[in-house]
Design a protein around this ligand. Structure first.
Ligand SMILES: *Cc1c(COP(=O)(O)O)cnc(C)c1O
Length: 227
């Protein structure tokens, strides 16, 4: 077994164990393998081990990799900061975008999504820790933005994504994930049809699952430390 395939099995086992501990069904927690900075060969190796969903942070790198790999059975998620001048490439190449944080970007993605492709699946990124440096819509503005984004054609609003400020202990990791989940639940109660809570990375996957993550984004634990 290759390192990538062994790491992948370990991460899946970790998700399953955490699901059991927190009374979750493992099948309700999807694994997104974050392949940013890694070559296409790493993606092919993970795909050979059964992984089908991959996440990329940088538009050009992601688009190049998608073209090189050219496998319709692989689902590509854009998870990085997105500028207005890069939306077309993302709308044409990716299946999902997790990092929509303003209407302008959503409108461009909607306009630029090719008619021949299924609608783009979208999550709103929420600045859950209120950090000045982080992208993401403010939690108190998320519901209004969600209603506007959900009304756009060629886009399906699926849920919320967040990258909390780093915390050292488990309780500190859970707290912002809990706030994102409660925001998500309030928005569902208000009539938005959302099913995706994209939260948790290599170092806080357990806390995210404890708080209801339906999709965890894992890079380092699968592919190794990035430079
Ligand atoms: C890099 C990245 C990840 C993966 O982080 P790891 O710590 O390597 O698991 C997840 N989500 C986003 C948005 C990222 O940029």
């Amino acid at each position: 077994m290759t390192t990538i395939s062994a790491n992948l099995q370990a991460v899946l086992a970790h998700i399953e164990a955490a699901a059991r501990v927190y009374g979750r069904t493992p099948e309700t927690i999807a694994l997104l393998a974050v392949s940013k900075t890694w070559p296409a060969s790493f993606v092919r190796e993970a795909a050979a081990a059964g992984q089908r969903a991959f996440g990329e942070n940088y538009v050009q790198e992601g688009v190049d990799k998608i073209r090189e790999i050219a496998r319709p059975d692989i689902e590509w998620h854009f998870i990085g900061p997105l500028q207005g001048n890069k939306t077309r490439q993302v709308a044409e190449a990716f299946d999902w975008v997790h990092s929509v944080d303003r209407l302008k970007i959503a409108q461009r993605l909607s306009q630029q999504r090719p008619a021949a492709l299924p609608p783009l699946q979208v999550c709103l990124q929420v600045n859950i820790s209120g950090e000045d440096s982080k992208s993401g819509v403010a939690p108190e503005e998320a519901a209004a933005l969600a209603r506007q984004v959900a009304a756009l054609p060629r886009i399906v609003l699926r849920g919320l994504m967040a990258i909390p400020a780093p915390a050292t202990d488990f309780a500190g990791q859970r707290e912002p994930f809990g706030r994102l989940r409660r925001l998500f639940e309030r928005m569902c109660d208000e009539g938005l049809a959302l099913d995706t809570l994209s939260m948790g990375m290599s170092n806080d996957i357990e806390a995210a699952i404890a708080e209801g993550a339906t999709l965890v984004r894992v890079g380092t634990a699968i592919f190794g430390e990035r430079n």
